[in-house]
Design a protein around this ligand. Structure first.
Ligand SMILES: CC(C)(COP(=O)(O)OP(=O)(O)OC[C@H]1O[C@@H](n2cnc3c(N)ncnc32)[C@H](O)[C@@H]1OP(=O)(O)O)[C@@H](O)C(=O)NCCC(=O)NCCS
Length: 396
């Protein structure tokens, strides 16, 4: 018998979590199997079944993603993509991705997004890198904020338990619209993540929450005593909505005693802390890599919803289809046309153009895009790149 592809039921749930665990090298406990259930909508998942055993899983979360300029669009956050080792390289994930994209399309979601375990998998499915992720290490023993900065020393307080959960959820709603790539988080997500953060993990403490009226920071401490304190402060999340919150939160974080290193895997590429320091060198980017990947399922809706840096009109041809992207400085639109293209690109580069994290001229240098003239390329850079660098601080 061949492989059967279908929507999982509640009865499939434990086996589905175990199959996903096998693909990622984890053995879930009964408690983990139970607590993860609230985070997924099974109707958005597809499983591959061979002789009654689940051998492949893929699905998506529903959320709104912020586009350049602050408008949001519904998106499918593709997740749980895994095929067990016994069944790899038989086209199972290809079929699962087709079904998950079909589901997103049927639901009217113009964008699919994901974080990739490996860089070689997803381009064939229409995804391109839409943001840069960086890992940072700050030598706290030498990092000093410039003395002239107007720090409000009364603005930050520790919060715990439900107060922390509620503060994070409220601040997140304001924050997510300030940067392209950030996504909405539903109450089940806040509850699930809060529960996980209440526990110690991988040798680090449970999470401490710093609240500011316009932001928050969450961190764990990894203890290390080698005759002198050498703790690492692992910054789980850093969410300042205003420049003042940004400064006040960094002031508190850099003041946590017994910490030698502040480490983060979740700061946006344009994080401004180095400029606030008397010496930039204590702030080191240790890894710069692909962040979230995007697949533009419906260019007309997605490009018509974002704003642009200039009032202009450029025709973009992607995989033989031409789209006129137009902005009058206020309203935007994206419609299918037959006229001569200004830019020609491939489907996987559309995510970079949509979120504005890569300049069209960089795509051109990378042989991912051609422009009719040099002037068109300059206009494209000015039109598509606007606002803060795209970043998605929510792992899914
Ligand atoms: C990655 C994974 C899902 C691929 O599943 P699969 O069913 O073997 O994939 P398919 O057989 O449908 O392969 C489709 C194509 O992708 C290629 N491919 C698959 N995995 C790849 C990888 N890790 N790197 C590069 N190419 C890959 C295949 O060679 C095939 O290419 P082709 O169409 O030119 O022949 C599977 O290997 C897996 O579960 N890995 C561990 C978990 C994981 O990393 N999941 C991704 C989470 S983001």
């Amino acid at each position: 018998m061949g492989i059967e592809y279908r929507i999982p039921t509640d009865a499939d749930w434990p086996a589905m979590v175990r199959a996903d665990g096998r693909a990622f090298g984890e053995v879930p406990t009964e408690a983990q199997i139970a607590e993860r259930r609230s985070t997924v909508d099974l109707d958005r998942f597809r499983i591959a079944v061979d002789d009654s055993q689940i051998v492949g899983v893929a699905g998506s979360f529903a959320f709104d993603v912020t586009l350049p300029g602050g408008a949001t669009a519904p998106a499918a956050g593709v997740t749980w993509v895994g095929v067990t080792a016994t069944h790899r390289r038989r086209g199972i994930v290809t079929e699962l991705m087709r079904l998950v994209h079909q589901d997103a399309d049927d639901r009217g979601e113009p964008i699919a997004m994901l974080f990739a375990s490996e860089g070689g998998i997803y381009e064939r499915f229409g995804y391109g890198i839409a943001s840069t992720m960086r890992f940072v290490e700050i030598d706290r023993t030498t990092a000093r904020l410039r003395p002239d900065l107007p720090v409000d020393r009364d603005a930050v307080r520790y919060v715990e338990g439900d107060d922390a959960r509620d503060h994070l959820a409220a601040v997140w709603e304001g924050h997510r619209r300030t940067r392209a790539g950030e996504i909405s988080r539903d109450p089940a997500w806040h509850d699930f993540v809060h529960e996980l953060r209440e526990r110690a993990a991988d040798g680090s403490s449970a999470t401490f929450h710093l609240a500011h009226r316009d932001g928050y920071a969450a961190y764990r401490i990894r203890s290390k005593w080698t005759g002198r304190p050498m703790n690492t402060l692992e910054l789980v999340e850093f969410v300042p909505v205003t420049a003042q919150a940004h400064l006040d939160l960094w002031h508190t974080i850099l003041g946590v005693d017994l910490v030698a290193t502040v480490a983060s895997r979740n700061l946006p590429p344009d994080e401004a802390l180095p400029m606030l320091l008397t010496d930039v060198r204590p702030f080191a980017t240790t890894v710069a890599k692909d962040g979230f990947w995007a697949n533009v399922l419906d260019p007309g809706v997605a490009f018509g919803a974002r704003t642009y840096g200039t009032a202009d009109r450029l025709v973009v041809e992607v995989d033989g289809v031409r789209w006129a992207v137009e902005s009058d400085g206020d309203e935007s639109s994206c419609r299918r046309v037959r006229t001569r293209p200004d830019l020609v690109t491939d489907g996987s580069s559309m995510g970079a153009l949509l979120f504005g994290g890569v300049r069209p001229s960089t795509l051109e240098h990378g042989r991912r895009l051609t422009a009719r003239t040099d002037d068109v390329l300059r206009r494209a850079d000015a039109m598509f790149v606007v606002g803060p660098a795209p970043h998605c601080s929510t792992w899914f």
